[in-house]
Design a protein around this ligand. Sequence first.
Ligand SMILES: Cc1cc2nc3c(=O)[nH]c(=O)nc-3n(C[C@H](O)[C@H](O)[C@H](O)COP(=O)(O)OP(=O)(O)OC[C@H]3O[C@@H](n4cnc5c(N)ncnc54)[C@H](O)[C@@H]3O)c2cc1C
Length: 369
Amino acid sequence: MQGQYDIASSGFPPLSRLKPLPDTILDTLIVGQGLAGSLLAWALLGRGQRVMVLDDGHRSAASVVAAGLLNPITGQRLVKGPEVDLCLPVAQRCYRALERQLARPLLHALPMWRLFQNERERQAWEKRCGDPAYAPYLGEPLGAMDYPHSALGGFVQTQTGYLDTNALLDGIRAGLQQLGAYRQCAFDYAQLELQQGQIAYQDLQARRLIFCEGWRALANPWFTELPLAPARGCILTLHSEAPLPQVILNQGRWLLPRGQGEYRLGASYDREGLEAEPGEAEIASLLEQLELWFAPLPAYRIHAVQNGVRPNSRDRQPLLGLHPEHPALGVFNGFGSRGAMLIPWHAERMAELLCEGRPLPTGLDWRRA
Ligand SMILES: Cc1cc2nc3c(=O)[nH]c(=O)nc-3n(C[C@H](O)[C@H](O)[C@H](O)COP(=O)(O)OP(=O)(O)OC[C@H]3O[C@@H](n4cnc5c(N)ncnc54)[C@H](O)[C@@H]3O)c2cc1C
């Protein structure tokens, strides 16, 4: 095994402070370098752990496809879950700290224009306006002159934006490679051995192995009970020179401006055909949204059609914790459509469990025990 690292402080480590350690048993082996595996590895490194991350080159990574939207208020009922107040500030701080460490922009704050889809959504907004818990996230109502407009109106959402997920994955992978803590390979479950409560995998030995495989955990023979309910989705990348609004538009479908004429338009939702490719009808139904918003329709080119699978859990809450009979094995998964907001806070809780033995807060364990 190549160089490992040694740092004393907690929090995300500046790369310059990580020093190689002699070959020795790993603290944690991580399978999967999506957002979950990346941010968990970084949280563990920050606590001085010896880590190794294995990934198959993002063959099935939702994180590579995701728009990375941070949206505290979701669904037509405009609900803010209790986790938002906990997770959003931690995510914002985490990405700003990583921007400094990795020396690249990651988090892009952008207002979101929420255009009502129906009367029920408009009524939900009126109700939320009187609720102080929603005040930090609600901006002004949209005016009749705002463009594009919806017949039912809309409002500005605040504390929204997007995470550049690929910049984060590339930056963390480069950091891990620099430390000799990354290998590109497909993990083969058949080669995993548990020896006296520890992990042996090929030439690696570790105290713990944490699976962060996203939706492909469906094939994990050690966690057959994991309550995953994944959903495939497609996103289009468009280019347009037209003067379109530089805010995130959201009316069920959303349009995200990424600068220099690039836009992402999404997303479809399919629980059945997880391995299906997006068909013409699926792409056309995304593009129809542009006709609803813009008249005349701006000229655009389609640059990319991307497809990924969201690792949703059945109850829409993250799935983390250890195996009930083999506590050397664990999972960190189930972040669904909200990985950008949820993962940093949960990575801290998982790191506390792994490093300090601190139990997960009630209800967080994947068995909901
Ligand atoms: C269309 C779409 C739009 C989305 N939009 C948003 C959004 O706007 N905002 C948001 O917050 N979230 C969004 N998401 C969800 C977001 O992508 C996920 O919450 C998050 O990326 C999950 O990260 P993960 O690391 O758990 O899984 P993944 O990103 O899937 O990472 C798992 C990694 O493990 C690797 N792997 C799996 N099995 C093995 C194996 N046996 N051996 C080696 N490697 C393996 C995979 O190749 C992959 O690299 C979207 C997802 C999709 C599909």
